[in-house]
Write a protein that binds this ligand. Structure first.
Ligand SMILES: Cc1ncc(COP(=O)(O)O)c(C=O)c1O
Length: 425
């Protein structure tokens, strides 16, 4: 039976049998018992499926990953300890020293730093391009050693909307997958696989958890990218893995399972960035109401954006669902039911006025966070994007006066009243 996204949010991933717990059980165990070494050996050889150590896999995490997999319409998924770990694993699973990745320049500051600094130190080179670059510019960036293309559906904090279909076509023309960070849109707002993306990452810390209670991440595979067709480019998936008893991931697990099995068996084994079962449980509670909350976040985002646009004291407003946004057409295509609760804007008077305004807010708190039930705001040039120079800030779409406001689930009347009093209106 094909279910609607709302039903998948509530019931996906877990169907208890007779007399079993109605709520997803928290399997708070590092290890699992077997009767014979032969049985254990089969698990190590990936010949049988089962749990043996929670650094690699845990049943609670897998149940919640299965729900996110259903929401995105993928074939396999895994939870990670953070969104950063998800972005790192998704890229590092198919790229190593000497390889090259093309990324949108309009991405989360932490991801930019991971790519441009840390992964560069590991020998992987990144080319950053504006999400609005021409097809010619994008084509010119591909090299024989390019292994993937990366972008964010709605970029944090620039709020650019990524043209997934266009970039997916270009990636596929060049024989590489498109990886999409779908954190801000969530699968309730946009399902990138339906537009040609191959791998999806999430910071589940944001709307999916939605209550500021658990840091986490997720990777989902569409199962559609034909690794074997480009076997020379992806030897890690298409030739025997000597570190795992010579397993060939694509031959053994098919296109639908190879990517996530390799990331679990190899990266999770060696780097151990799994989510805790307790946090996966909190994440599942958040997912159960994701569809209801996203609707309200979007309504509040729109109401606040419309107010800011009409306000004399505000110099500019950026919200993709506003008709005045340069991303309005893309938002209508990819996010027809609303974009998200995050709005960015500048207060007249620049950096200083922005700091004064933020100090006076009463309901909206200053936090390094977004996508939470409680409204919060941040000055990225002073926080998440602090490591960038002015030129890099401009490339990431973040001006020095930008305030990022994440509209929570409160009454939009109260949020607007708080903004008004902080502006002295
Ligand atoms: C779009 C996006 N991707 C990834 C991340 C990193 O996620 P985490 O903080 O869970 O590591 C964030 C964090 O804000 C984000 O906004």
């Amino acid at each position: 039976m094909s279910l609607k996204i709302e039903t998948k949010c509530v019931q996906g991933g877990y169907t208890p049998g007779n007399g079993e717990p109605r709520q997803v059980p928290i399997i708070q165990s590092t290890t699992f018992k077997y009767s014979t070494s032969e049985e254990m050996g089969k698990l190590f050889d990936l010949e049988a499926s089962g749990y043996f150590y929670s650094r690699l896999q845990n049943p609670t995490c897998d149940t919640v990953a299965a729900k996110i997999c259903e929401l995105e319409g993928g074939t396999a998924a895994m939870l990670t300890s953070s969104g950063q770990a998800a972005s790192f694993f998704a890229v590092f699973n198919i790229a190593s020293a000497g390889d090259h990745i093309i990324s949108s320049s309009s991405i989360y500051g932490g991801t930019y730093n991971l790519f441009a600094v840390t992964m560069k130190r590991m020998g992987i080179e990144f080319t950053f391009l504006s999400p609005d670059c021409t097809d010619e510019d994008l084509q010119a960036a591909f090299r024989p050693n390019t292994k993937a293309v990366f972008g964010e559906t709605i970029a944090n904090p620039a709020l650019t909307v990524f043209d997934i279909e266009r970039w997916a076509n270009m990636a596929h023309k060049n024989g590489v997958p498109l990886i999409i960070d779908n954190t801000f849109a969530t699968p309730v707002g946009c399902r990138p696989f339906e537009w040609g993306a191959d791998i999806i990452t999430h910071s589940t810390t944001k709307y999916m958890d939605g209550h500021g209670s658990a840091v986490g991440g997720c990777i989902v595979d569409s199962g559609k990218f034909d690794w074997m067709k480009y076997a020379d480019k992806f030897p890690g998936l298409c030739t025997p893995d000597e570190s795992y008893h010579g397993v060939n991931y694509v031959e053994r697990f098919g296109l639908e399972g190879a990517f996530i099995t390799k990331a679990t068996a190899q990266l999770m084994r060696d780097l151990g960035s799994i989510q805790s079962p307790q946090d996966a449980y909190y994440l599942n509670l958040g997912l159960e109401s994701l569809h209801v909350r996203m609707q309200r976040h979007c309504e509040n985002g729109m109401a606040v954006a419309e107010f800011l646009e009409s306000c004399e004291a505000i110099s500019w407003v950026n919200y993709p669902s506003l008709p005045s946004s340069p991303y309005y057409a893309l938002a209508q295509k990819y996010l027809p039911h609303g974009s998200c609760g995050v709005v960015s804007f500048g207060v007249k008077g620049g950096r200083k006025a922005a700091e004064e305004f933020m100090k006076k807010l009463k309901i909206i708190a200053i936090e390094t966070h977004v996508a939470d039930a409680r409204s919060c705001c941040l000055h990225p040039a002073n926080a998440t994007h602090r490591q960038m120079n002015d030129e890099e800030l401009v490339a990431a779409g973040v001006s020095a006066d930008l305030i990022r406001l994440s509209c929570g689930l409160e009454s939009s009347d109260d949020l607007i009243a708080d903004i008004k009093q902080a502006l002295g209106l």
